[in-house]
Design a protein around this ligand. Structure first.
Ligand SMILES: [Zn+2]
Length: 403
């Protein structure tokens, strides 16, 4: 790993306090994981010019590509308000299917198009723009603003946020609160703040039988019969009934494989894979133990099987509603006219790593087109997110004055 102090910033052709211009500039950097694509260099230049101390640590791990990351901070005092995000994007897919070039950032009828427009260059740009405007207006504001930006969220996520957090901690950086700008809203900017995420656990079952002729079943043992019994047991009852802020945990069998092309052969083995999205009732360990218990009970003495679990760092977590969550919700409501729902739905995110360092909530633009052909963001939503973030920073640091 190396850290390069940022080079002197090249002149920009736009004002980075403009969230739309900054989103366009970021979309024009083709930063498909693990390529930096110029996106972090652009942010480094922007933030350096605004007085931030900027670092660009590069992390490595055997078997994965090196990834560039960015840490920037303005101010030397506590509290440290962290804005987190990623500049990497998923591949464009079938480029011919795009109706606008995926790295042009074209604006038509109030919509900005391009890969990463909503996930999450738009969200990050709006928050950077808000932080710039806030500090320009309040050069003597108390506390600090820090940016934690990774180039490895959409890829293996090995050389990104996990290592960046450890790197910052090692340097003595301490964080008080964090907002992660992932696109949390299903349809409108007042829809949803995420205050936690479910965990994820994947397991695989192998049932062993004895291969044989279907006409002589007494000489064979069909493993599919045992597999059906085990899967029925996993599907038989709910894992839990949900908690105050979480839906019930959910198990989905994602594949059942026998691979037997012959209709007159009883196969020797059957395999299945399942994934569980679980709430804060469970840890990966307690959940694995419960699955093992259910399988053991269903198998009795007749089904010969093995069950294994993939290692996971996706634990369930919750940032309990309190003053910080309320402050984010109030900022959203003040700018959109509606209080957002506090949700723990959806997939996993880098918030699961940040939560070990400080309370974290997620809020960003509308995510309807994320990872799709013709990914886009409404220009009005970028402006709204800039205003919401500015309002949040103002009330956060005003509260420090009073404290
Ligand atoms: Zn994302």
């Amino acid at each position: 790993m190396t850290t390069t102090p940022s080079a002197s910033a090249p002149a920009l052709s736009f004002d980075p306090a403009d969230p739309v211009a900054l989103t366009q500039a970021l979309v024009r950097c083709p930063s498909v994981t693990p390529q930096e694509g110029g996106a972090l260099a652009l942010l480094a230049a922007v933030l350096t010019a605004e007085g931030y101390e900027v670092h660009r640590p590069v992390f490595s791990e055997p078997g994965t590509p090196d990834v560039e990351n960015l840490y920037a901070r303005i101010g030397s005092e506590a509290p440290v308000f962290v804005i987190a995000g990623h500049t990497d994007v998923v591949p464009v897919g079938n480029e011919a299917a795009w109706t606008r070039a995926p790295f042009d950032g074209a604006i038509e009828n109030g919509t900005l198009y391009g890969r990463g427009a909503c996930d999450m260059k738009g969200g990050l740009a709006a928050m950077v723009a808000a932080a710039i405007r806030y500090r320009r207006e309040n050069p003597d504001a108390p506390g600090s603003i820090a940016f934690l930006v990774t180039g490895d969220e959409e890829g293996p996520a090995v050389n990104g946020t996990v290592k960046l957090l450890a790197w910052a901690h090692e340097r003595g950086e301490r964080f008080d609160h964090c907002i992660l700008g992932e696109p949390t809203n299903p349809a409108t900017m007042s829809d949803m703040i995420k205050i936690g995420r479910r965990g994820s656990l994947t397991g695989q079952i192998t049932v062993h039988g004895i291969q044989g002729h279907v006409g002589y079943p007494h000489l064979a043992d069909n493993p599919i019969r045992g597999m059906v019994r085990l899967l029925a047991a996993l599907d038989a009852g709910p894992l839990d009934t949900g908690t105050e802020h979480f839906d019930p945990s959910n198990l989905e069998v994602t594949t059942v494989d026998v691979g037997n092309p012959a209709s007159n052969v009883i196969p020797a083995q059957a395999r299945a894979v399942f994934n569980i999205r679980f709430n804060d009732v469970w840890t990966p360990e307690t959940l694995a133990a419960e699955i093992e218990r259910r399988l053991h009970e269903a198998a009795g003495n007749t089904v010969r099987y093995e069950v294994g679990f993939q290692p996971t760092n996706a634990v369930a977590f919750l940032t309990a509603p309190g003053p910080f969550v309320a402050m984010v919700g109030d900022a959203v409501e003040a700018e959109t006219g509606k209080p957002p729902a506090l949700s723990t739905t959806g997939g996993t995110s880098d918030a699961r790593f940040i939560k070990s360092f400080c309370p974290v909530v997620e809020y960003g633009v509308v995510g309807k087109t994320m990872h799709q052909i013709d990914e886009s963001v409404a220009v009005a939503d970028l402006a709204a997110l800039e205003r919401i973030t500015h309002r949040l920073l103002a009330s956060y640091f005003a509260a420090q004055h009073k404290a």
